[in-house]
Design a protein around this ligand. Sequence first.
Ligand code: FES
Length: 104
Amino acid sequence: MEGYVAVAKTEEVPKDGRKRFEVEGKRITVFNIDDEYFAILDTCPHKKTAPLLRGRLDGTAVHCPNHGYRFDLKTGECNVSPDFNTSVFPVKVDGEIIYLGIHL
Ligand code: FES
């Protein structure tokens, strides 16, 4: 699976769960929304202090716990300004292993 890195077993991120991983120096949060996985850089790009891990979900987006900016988990787009768009990573599951496409 070229470009992908194994990060977890599926049981670590159960349905409607979330977990942060350190992957090659990047803090990445994986969300499981109705058994669909999404991965986003955990640090909010606004003030670079808030963890999106603690954000409120809104469909397939997450609101930063600090000032509420909304980040699309499919695209990384921020609803306030493109200056705050962030990185998202494709997720694949093979068997019980979750892989993130951090080298694509
Ligand atoms: S720190 Fe996330 S919106 Fe301000």
